[in-house]
Design a protein around this ligand. Structure first.
Ligand code: COA
Length: 327
């Protein structure tokens, strides 16, 4: 019997046209280009307009990925949108995307795993396809984090941005996705969260007055966690696929902070020329960061057929995950 394996058939991405630089932020909060650049590596980010919701960004990225893959929307069996900023609490943003794509044969759901959302979705959908749940799927990571940022809080508003990335997955005999690793630690759930608007703290005048509908983060603790799990998740997925770090052609970590990437690279013995970085241009776009970086790497021909690509994500939950892909 032939092996049933999963491969990436096409990638796409979209970012809102509006660029907000560190100099722009200097006019809004007590910060400086120098502070943001040295602490995070971020120089600018994209910010969505009121009309650019998460599903709008997702749609543009999805259309490009489908076109690159030469897959018509009606061939999709499954659509998964990884996001922490859905258009609404329900219905799923994936259903809103399905409507615009006219992908009438697809089952649709959202997946929320913080900034690891895309890697989680990739892993779950790969297993769904291998098990025979369908033959073709669309996985999107899309965020409008600007809409859940407190623009008066300099500790968080300088870090995040908006964007979307998408991949179309299909069945092949030779595996593209060689292995994935997922993990979580709910003990750290309080380190990065958006407290109000759910069943614990429904929206009220008090929650609004206390700024509880915005991102809250313990930056230092998240930083230490991130470096630890990037290293661990990278080594574990390589071991699972019987590969070594020397064989990896391109390492694509979640783009949260250049210092996190440098620390992880040092521990993994990776030189920067094998690491894809675009955090300087987009900031942290959460679930969108890895597929956006993956798409740019493909467009820039940093990834060629046969290359080994390592994706690693980490984020709220706490969650982490990695995927090793033979391109
Ligand atoms: N501009 C200027 N000063 C700022 C600032 C800003 N935008 N944000 C915070 N500061 C100040 C703080 O108030 C603090 O001042 P104080 O010493 O007078 O209290 C000082 O800078 C140092 O703050 P600290 O939080 O210790 O800085 P840091 O070196 O840890 O860097 C982060 C802060 C957020 C950049 C860093 O912790 C980080 O990147 N964490 C990981 C965040 C992340 O990636 N989260 C997403 C994961 S998916």
């Amino acid at each position: 019997m032939k092996q049933r394996a999963v491969k990436i058939l096409g990638t796409g991405a979209f970012v809102p046209p509006r660029v907000v630089t560190n100099l722009d932020l200097e006019k809004m909060v007590e910060t400086s280009d120098d502070w943001i650049t040295t602490r995070t590596g971020i120089k600018e980010r994209r910010i969505a307009s009121p009309d650019e919701t998460t599903s709008v960004l997702a749609l543009a990225a999805a259309r490009e990925a489908l076109a690159k893959a030469s897959v018509p929307p009606e061939d999709l069996d499954l659509i998964v949108v990884a996001t922490v900023t859905p258009d609404m609490l329900f219905p799923a943003t994936a259903c809103l995307l399905q409507k615009e794509l006219h992908a009438r044969n697809a089952a649709c759901f959202d997946l929320e795993a913080g900034c690891t959302g895309f890697v989680y979705a990739l892993s779950v959908v790969e297993k769904y396809l291998v098990a025979g749940g369908g033959d073709t799927a669309l996985v999107v990571g899309a965020e409008t984090l600007s809409k859940i940022l407190n623009w008066n809080d300099r500790a968080t508003c300088v870090l995040f941005g908006d964007g979307a990335g998408a991949v179309v997955l299909g069945i092949d005999e030779k595996p593209g996705i060689l292995a994935t690793i997922l993990g979580s630690d709910g003990q750290g759930s309080h380190l990065l969260d958006l407290p109000a608007g759910g069943s614990r703290m429904p929206a009220s005048p008090e929650t609004l007055a206390q700024n509880l509908h915005f991102i809250h983060m313990a930056g230092n603790e998240v930083f230490k966690f991130a470096v630890r799990v990037i290293v661990d998740a990278s080594l574990r997925v390589l071991e699972k696929a019987h590969c070594t770090m020397e064989e990896v052609n391109l390492f694509i970590p979640h783009q949260a902070n250049i210092r996190i990437i440098h620390s992880a690279a040092k521990r993994l013995g990776l030189s920067m020329d094998r690491i894809f970085v675009n955090v300087n241009r987009y900031g942290n776009t959460s679930s969108a960061s890895i597929p956006l970086a993956l798409h740019e790497a493909v467009v820039q021909q940093r990834i060629r057929s046969g290359d080994l690509v390592l994706l690693v994500g980490f984020g709220a939950g706490l969650t982490w995950g990695s995927a090793l892909i033979r391109w």
